[in-house]
Design a protein around this ligand. Structure first.
Ligand code: VG1
Ligand code: CO
Length: 543
């Protein structure tokens, strides 16, 4: 086995976005594309010599090939050990857990998360640091620098390593440890929640359905929900991870998880429905006939987490991404907890969690998590919900109703305008940025602008600054509009418009969400001149 040094040139555009490097799969298949980026990761973190890494992904098309390339490169770069999920599978939360549990120096996760998979769809690679969380801005900047300076990469000439069964193998002096991807994660979950209480609830006739969307959570959910908690066989649907996710879009929202929404809308709907995304870090919660908005879910979990054993001592504090609704802020105020607002992307929660400032955090995009790992965690959120339902004896809808009565209801929706020409999307943001000073006092669609500003974030732990993380427009009566461009897409630009309306009158808690938001939506179009810049009057997705 020969370690080879292969000459290469920098490849444009290898800049990690909100969550790693995501491109069309065919781009990753171009000569040197994957190798350049992997070498840049290893160079960006100061080399691989003597280090231990975790490796796995959501099983999408090309993951198996990419895993073999990464193993050969890790070996050629002098890594001591790589811990790989069997079949190169590891959910993002399971990878985060393994990095922490095994004291690894980091991990490489092969996933484009909620983006579709297949040769004509998306692939992605992201690096997580020794705390188990997504690389900080500083580390991703170093990785990007390395992609621009690269002249060569190192790779071993060797046969594939057998990843089909657990065990320890050797590759050019490096140890490859193939592990069951589910075992450590399931054990972690058992330690956090009252499995006996959940099992008793299920044994008492509580019915649940979980849609794994043909993605990585299938084996995890089957083991935990069916095998350990006693849910009926078949409660976990679409449970086998497929390289193309069955041709679907593994994004747990009412549009892409239609099948689940239909089951939960039927007259004989189960008591609880949930879904997760490609790599298992997102969650969707559905009650009989009612979808729970992710921002509301975060607030409910923050208000009731103490009912689960791991959080019985209370929460140190909470955090949300800036565009996430302020429903959780109301809980924090009532409970005397600090509530941080961070830029979009899980990497910004890392310091707050590491520093012990917060216990729970989440994003409007169906991500919720806690200090148990350093990633958002889909199944964890499902289990915390189940623990709360078991402890209170309430159903999903009754719990939501009680929550709104106590804290008010923050009507919330995100409108995505996809596939916009990048220059036009940027022009919209630039135009709005240039008008921010003149917006306060402006009337739009019957609403008055109270303030408007670009969101810059100073990390309270290390003082690092992230600028231009979205534009916030506050309206009268607690209304809010946020606009930003997506950092996870792989073609053109996606404009995300986040809309929020605060309601405190219980007589108005049951309005259709889009209806309740209608004046905020109209104001957003007018203020941001969306049609003028994009030619669009309607979004592609209303999440
Ligand atoms: C989106 C979401 C963001 C999330 C990110 C990664 O980013 O808005 O909240 O953290 O995806 O989620 P963007 O830049 O496209 O808005 V996942 O499940 O892809 O790891
Ligand atoms: Co994801």
């Amino acid at each position: 086995m020969q370690p080879l040094t292969i000459a290469t040139d920098p490849i444009d555009g290898q800049k990690p976005g909100t969550s790693g490097l995501r491109k069309k799969t065919r781009v990753f298949l171009e000569p040197h594309y994957l190798e350049n980026f992997v070498q840049a990761i290893l160079d960006g973190i100061g080399g691989a010599g003597g280090k231990t890494f975790v490796l796995g992904g959501d099983g999408r098309y090309f993951s198996d090939r990419a895993a073999q390339v990464i193993l050969r490169m890790a070996a050629a770069n002098g890594a001591a050990r790589v811990i790989v999920g069997q079949g190169a599978l590891l959910s993002t939360p399971a990878a985060s857990n393994l990095i922490r549990k095994r004291g690894a120096d980091g991990g490489i996760i092969l996933s484009a998360s909620h983006n579709p998979g297949g040769i004509d769809e998306d692939f992605g690679v992201k690096f997580n640091g020794p705390n188990g969380g997504p690389a900080s801005e500083e580390v991703t900047a170093r990785i990007f620098e390395a992609t621009r300076a690269i002249r060569a990469y190192r790779i071993l000439e060797a046969h594939d390593v057998d990843l089909s069964r657990p065990g320890t193998r050797e590759l050019g002096g490096m140890t490859v440890e193939v592990v069951d991807p589910v075992a450590d994660y399931a054990e972690l979950m058992e330690g956090l929640f009252d499995f006996d209480a959940i099992r008793a609830m299920i044994g008492g006739g509580f019915r649940l359905v979980f849609d794994a969307m043909h993605a990585v959570t299938g084996p995890y959910a089957t083991e935990i929900l069916e095998n350990r908690l006693g849910a009926a066989r078949g409660s976990v649907r679409n449970a086998t991870p497929l390289p193309d996710f069955g041709g679907g879009h593994p994004d747990p929202n009412p549009i892409w998880a239609r099948e689940l929404i239909e089951i939960m809308s039927a007259p004989d709907a189960p008591d609880f429905g949930a879904a997760s995304d490609g790599d298992g870090d997102r969650n969707m919660i559905v009650g009989p006939g009612a979808y729970v908005a992710p921002s509301d879910s975060l607030a409910v979990l923050a208000a009731n987490a103490q009912l689960a054993p791991a959080y019985a001592g209370g929460l140190k504090g909470v955090a949300r991404s800036m565009p996430t609704s302020r429903a959780v802020d109301a809980v924090a105020r009532a409970r005397g907890m600090v509530c941080y607002a961070t830029p979009t992307g899980w990497k910004f929660f890392g310091n707050l969690l590491d520093d012990g400032r917060i216990t729970l955090c989440g994003e409007e995009s169906a991500g919720t998590g806690s200090d148990h790992i350093r990633e958002k965690d889909g199944l964890w959120a499902v289990l915390l919900w189940l623990n709360i339902l078991a402890a209170t004896g309430k159903g999903v809808n009754a719990l939501m109703e009680a929550h709104w009565r106590e804290f008010g209801r923050n009507y919330y929706s995100r409108h995505d305008f996809e596939g916009i020409e990048t220059a036009r999307a940027e022009a919209l943001i630039d135009d709005l940025r240039g008008r921010l000073d003149r917006l306060p006092g402006l009337e739009a669609a019957g609403r008055t602008v109270e303030s408007a500003a670009e969101f810059d974030y100073t990390d309270p732990v290390d003082g690092s600054v992230a600028r231009a993380q979205g534009i916030q427009v506050q309206l009268d009566g607690g209304g809010r509009i946020v606009l930003r461009l997506s950092g996870t897409g792989t073609s053109g630009a996606t404009l995300r418009v986040y809309l929020e309306h605060v309601e405190t009158d219980p007589d108005r808690f049951h309005t259709d969400v889009q209806e309740a938001l209608s004046s905020v939506i109209a104001a957003a179009h007018e203020i941001a001149r969306i049609e003028h810049h994009t030619g669009r009057t309607e979004p592609d997705v209303r999440a």
